[in-house]
Design a protein around this ligand. Structure first.
Ligand SMILES: C[C@@H]1O[C@H](OP(=O)(O)OP(=O)(O)OC[C@H]2O[C@@H](n3ccc(=O)[nH]c3=O)[C@H](O)[C@@H]2O)[C@H](O)[C@H](O)[C@H]1O
Length: 493
């Protein structure tokens, strides 16, 4: 009897002994420490996986920024097995006072947040000594594997960024030019639609050089010696994080990103294990969400446009205004959860002239946090205008809303090409090639295309969207991936 247990892990089982050994292994309950990068998109991603592991009786300790616990507790479906371990972010010169996650820090200063987390090394080491886990799942903290090895703990880089993004963006220490970054790296999957526009490549090259030659309060020398270096650049950090662990895990499926996973496995010469779709568990509604749910109920099914740009994105004021004017231009009701634009203190002062009056009762631009998972599942929501953050896309894909893609930074560009190009489950808003700006007409056009355009392209996108949603929700898919992941992890022990 042969049983495929996931990519590249095919075993011909020809006797009960082998099955008995395997079943015995599956009974072994594991203990994990989860140490995510302090970004909401990463914190929620690690928690979603923790729920799947806890569902199978494994024990998990999740390291989190102290004051963000209130936003995270609601995701914990197994409080008897998933324990939060608060590790406060030390202050580093240049970080806003009290900064805890990427949403508190301007994007090009986030290397300071990296350096602040580097200072938590001794705390993480003492957690490993105290908890004695089988595994530590880590993120950007490239020094975790060297610490884990001291205590014979296996380390897995659980990457919240998709393999297509890792394969495309991680080019090596010597930063690529804009022209090189516009094209895929050598050996990239041939039928991939992923390329970068000029303005996107420019931002990526700037991101990769973030933190280069920065003096810092981090301590010790490079990885491998159980300490960390304060002057490591963002690129070096990510490369080390991929190179030094015992395995790399992604939240994706072979069916969607198999060729990209193989490219990454070959590039880093490291086992790549897949957690599958890691579908978010339903979360409890709160009073605030009740209020928004009642507002949404006023409208016909699948007619409201939901717009949210994640926990980090601050648009420039002119783009913020083009976005909300584009929502208005469609004539559909809309709910936008956006952070105030860079040049404004509040959403109010950033809204275009007369906008509030014109959209009274039909449109809301909400400043701050709205439970996106709940909003996406509401029957009135028919379209999701997203910045293409990894979690936002996976949360949207299991709901019925159509997708309009407005990537802003980093891996969001690659996610947008993957969903709008390879999978064709959504449409990208047209951008100015030189500076990447979009217009209200472009926003409105993209929304109408996916919502009601009877063109061949509109129909094709809606059909693909339904097909991939059905695949991700198919019975047994998620369990098969999580069970295969656990088996592969047990083989690492
Ligand atoms: C992996 C990486 O996470 C980062 O985080 P970011 O917060 O931007 O986006 P998401 O991953 O969508 O994560 C955002 C998470 O916050 C939730 N949310 C956000 C805003 C809000 O008002 N209410 C909510 O509930 C949302 O439901 C999702 O779970 C970067 O984008 C990066 O590009 C992405 O690939």
């Amino acid at each position: 009897m042969s049983r495929s247990r996931g990519r590249g892990f095919r075993i011909l089982i020809d006797d009960r002994k082998e099955l008995m050994k395997e079943d015995k292994m599956e009974d072994k309950k594991l203990t994990f420490i989860m140490y995510p990068w302090y970004a909401m998109g990463h914190l929620t991603s690690f928690l979603h996986l923790s729920n799947k592991l806890a569902h199978r009786g494994h024990k998990i300790f999740v390291v989190h920024p102290t004051n963000t616990l209130s936003k995270l507790e609601k995701f914990n479906r197994y409080p008897e097995l998933i324990n939060f371990k608060s590790v406060t972010v030390p202050h580093v010169d240049g970080l806003p006072l009290g900064a805890e996650t990427t949403s508190d820090v301007p994007i090009f200063n986030q290397n300071l947040l990296c350096q602040a987390l580097d200072i938590t090394l001794p705390k993480i080491e003492s957690l490993i000594q105290e908890i004695k886990p089988h595994f530590i799942f880590y993120d950007f903290a490239y020094w975790v594997p060297s610490i884990a090895r001291k205590y014979k703990v296996k380390s897995v880089h659980y990457c919240s960024i998709a393999p297509s993004s890792v394969g495309y963006l991680m080019r090596g220490e010597n930063s690529s030019s804009e022209a090189e970054m516009m094209e895929p790296p050598p050996g990239f999957p041939v039928d991939s639609s992923i390329k970068l526009h000029k303005h996107e490549a420019r931002l990526i090259v700037a991101l990769h050089s973030m933190g280069k030659n920065s003096s810092s309060s981090g301590s010790g020398s490079g990885s491998g010696s159980g300490s960390c270096s304060g002057s490591v650049s963002f690129t070096q950090r990510l490369l080390l994080a991929f190179q030094d662990g015992d395995a790399i895990a992604f939240k994706t499926t072979r069916e969607i990103e198999g060729p990209y996973c193989e490219f990454v496995e070959h590039k880093f010469k490291k086992p790549v294990v897949l957690a599958g779709p890691v579908l978010p568990e339903p979360i409890e509604t709160s009073n605030t969400e009740e209020k928004w749910s009642k507002w949404l109920e006023k409208f016909l099914e699948k007619t409201v446009i939901l717009c949210a740009f994640g926990s980090e994105c601050n648009l420039k004021k002119d783009q913020f205004q083009e976005l909300v004017l584009g929502l208005e231009l469609t004539g559909y009701p809309f709910f936008a959860a956006l952070k105030p634009p860079i040049e404004a203190e509040t959403i109010e002062e950033a809204l275009p002239e007369g906008f509030k009056e014109r959209t009274q009762g039909k449109g809301i631009v909400h400043s701050g946090w709205a439970e996106q998972q709940l909003m996406l599942s509401h029957p009135s929501v028919g379209c999701f205008v997203t910045h293409c953050g990894g979690n936002s896309l996976s949360e949207a894909m299991i709901n019925e809303c159509q997708l309009v893609l407005v990537p802003n930074f980093g891996d969001q560009f690659i996610n947008s090409r993957l969903f709008g190009g390879d999978l064709k489950v959504g449409v990208e808003v047209e951008r100015n090639e030189e500076n990447g700006s979009f217009t209200k007409d472009g926003v409105s056009k993209a929304i109408k295309m996916v919502m009601n355009d009877e063109s061949e392209e509109g129909r094709k996108i809606r059909a693909n969207r339904a097909k991939w949603r059905e695949f991700l929700l198919s019975k047994g898919l998620e369990d098969s991936y999580i069970d295969a992941l656990i088996r592969k992890l047990q083989c690492l022990l």
